[in-house]
Design a protein around this ligand. Sequence first.
Ligand code: FAD
Length: 507
Amino acid sequence: MAAGPPSLLAAATGSRFVVVGGGIAGVTCAERLATEFPSDDILLITASPVIKTVINFKQVSRALEEFDVEEQTSSVLERRYPNIKVIQSGVKRLKSDEHKVITEDDEEYTYERLCLCAGAKPKLITEGNPFVLGIRDTDSAAEFQKHLAKAKRIIIVGNGGIALELVYEIESCEVIWAIKDKAIGNTFFDAGAAEFLIPKLIAEKPEPPVACKRTKYTTAEAEKEEKGGAGPGQMGSALGPDWHEGLRLKGAKELFHKVHIESLCEVKKIYLPEEFRQSQKVASAFPKAQPDEGNVESDQERWPVYTELTNGKVYGCDFIVSATGVVPNVQPFLEGNNFALGQDGGLKVDEEMRTSLPDIYAAGDICTTTWEPSPVWQQMRLWTQARQMGWYAAKCMAANALGEPAEMDFSFELFAHVTKFFNYKVVLLGKYNGQGLGSDHELLLRCTKGQEYVKVVMQNGRMMGAVLIGETDLEETFENLILNQMDLSRYGEDLLDPNIDIEDYFD
Ligand code: FAD
């Protein structure tokens, strides 16, 4: 509990600015408010015993940014920003008409302006089944790792970033990967990019890095152990870039890396062993080769749990990982408050990050943007957007408090994300998958097996998006071409000709 001695707590029961959530959105928001209003106390109320901060921030290009994420105790943040007071307790109720939040330990805090940054939680294929795990925070990742250490086979359900990283990272355990789409990773790629990546999925991997590269779980660990994690039913911050590095994702089987993909299917039913026996269904053995050759050998082994897929196949396994996306964590704030919610369940926010209720803002995974976006930006629940939104929400709160207009932040001009999949650098720009462009867009492709995959999305001669896999060095040029919407029709396919130094064209 970082609320401090009683005198401090009494001083902290009301503040002009209160932020809920110690993830990247909430912490960034609180930091910026603390800088803008040095003589005000900024209250940061969070359920988790540790908070996440951005360090080593690097603007790679105009729109692309890279940073490390560090989990810290709240005292580190309070030392850096003496006017931030961290309260470690979950908010259980919001009384928006009284401008008040009530925490789990029954303390009340008043606000003039509130920013809700409580993140999202995993959307599990089924709730309350001990054989179905979701991965969200450091605690759930550690729980997953513990189960994996004893596992010989697991089933991963889902086709987003978390599933992609898991199937690549897990060793010494058979992995059945069930995806509802035709191709892997369809949140990020098209089928061509998926084909490019598949050989890497089954190939031998380089030695894992000695130390965790970007996400650092350092100072917090000892204190966290003492405090026993985020507490029952409470949520820690979502993990972020390279969350799996530093975690040993190794199962109990003496084999290298074995993944079988079941596409175009979902989980139909999960059986415990006795239920499965009574169903008289037959479980399939792990298929012998990649890709699926329709091997239907039956499985003689007894498993703790069985999963029937909608394509009729049944596989036994040690447990199932549900990596099927997230739902915004709005529940604690809904009772008695008539928030407008987006289709995805997030708190709707306008172009100044305001929810539908007065003086309440929201940022990060919890919110759903409703402003008319730039033609090459879309919301995705990602680390980078959590930081940008936290920052921008604070800017808007400050401007509104001072009666000034808030100008839309540049980060919302162009969707730009850099990450790593299967050990390849992956850059996604604009409408990288032709999202919402209708049927009149075309694709330009360049692919060198095992090296790079470049896809450009064009519409009316303008570049609308790009997927760059590998060390292409094209991100800055393409970013500029997407932003300036130059008519590129006359360059035709030369745009991707590797013998032409494209930068020379446009400098
Ligand atoms: P969170 O980080 O979830 O923080 C929410 C905070 O609110 C936490 O501190 C929590 O304790 C607190 N809270 C919750 N409820 C309450 C309450 N009632 N009262 C008070 N406090 C509360 N993104 C990427 O860009 N790249 C990646 O490689 C990537 N990998 C990921 C891997 C995993 C396994 C997961 C789960 C997510 C990954 N993401 C990745 C997504 C990214 O982590 C999130 O988009 C980002 O962390 C969202 O930040 P946030 O601050 O909105 O929410």
